[in-house]
Design a protein. Sequence first.
Length: 54
Amino acid sequence: MKWITRLLSAAVFIVSVALVMIGQRMIGPAGLSIMLVGLAGILLLLYLYNRKFQ
């Protein structure tokens, strides 16, 4: 069960970073919104990781 969580987290991280990189290449509100979705994914992963240590 633990490896499924790690695999899912890695997949979300890769997709989030890819969204930031794709959004950076685009100019305008569409690129900005794609980057914000990627940033939200990365921040969600950081929140879930840090929640264990509170």
